[in-house]
Write a protein that binds this ligand. Sequence first.
Ligand SMILES: [Zn+2]
Length: 237
Amino acid sequence: MQDKIISKAAEALAGKNGVLLIEFLRGKKDVNEFKIAKKLNLTINQARNIIYKLSGKDMLHFTRKKDKRKGWYIYFWTLDVLKALELAKLLVEKEIENQQHLVKSRENKRFYKCAGCSLEMTEETALNHEFICSECGTLLNINEDKTKLLEMQSKMDKLKRELRSINEELGKLREDNLKKSIKTEEKVKKDKKKQKQKLMKKKVRMEKKEKEQRKNKRAQKNTKNKIKKTKKKGKKR
Ligand SMILES: [Zn+2]
């Protein structure tokens, strides 16, 4: 479901090639822009054009590396699933808004139709034409057919279902991300604790060693002093 939603948004932004590009990047990380161009059978400029259409709306993000020999930057692209879903949501919300206007207008306005050439217009436009078809001159009749309204309403329902599934996917993804970040945080804490314990142990070991060294030095000094004293005593005698 998630893939379908993102592909639809990519198509709205960058057409068929936008969809192909997203499909190629799916599940990958940091893909070289030259590789993208090759895979899509496009020139590097054509590929960049599509990339910018998608990255301009944050569907993709990049890292870059300097080519040491040529001195220019090479870009590596990754699909941002969360941003892509958020964008898909915005696009569908916009579509719903437009569709709502159409449905309302269909419900509230009267329409006139030419039986001969099926031309249809609002009552306002029909009045301006004195209820005569501008194509064939036939008298226009009020159009009571509800087919169009029903079609519009069913499209509206479809869009609302789409929005619901986008919200579900977004909810799942945000929850996953939260779990992941909590896990990382816990790991960082655990690692820090381990590190601290390690340092403490080392400190204790060092202190013990220093103590022993001091003790040894004192012992050595004492022995030396004793030897000196004995020597002095020996001289006096
Ligand atoms: Zn007509």
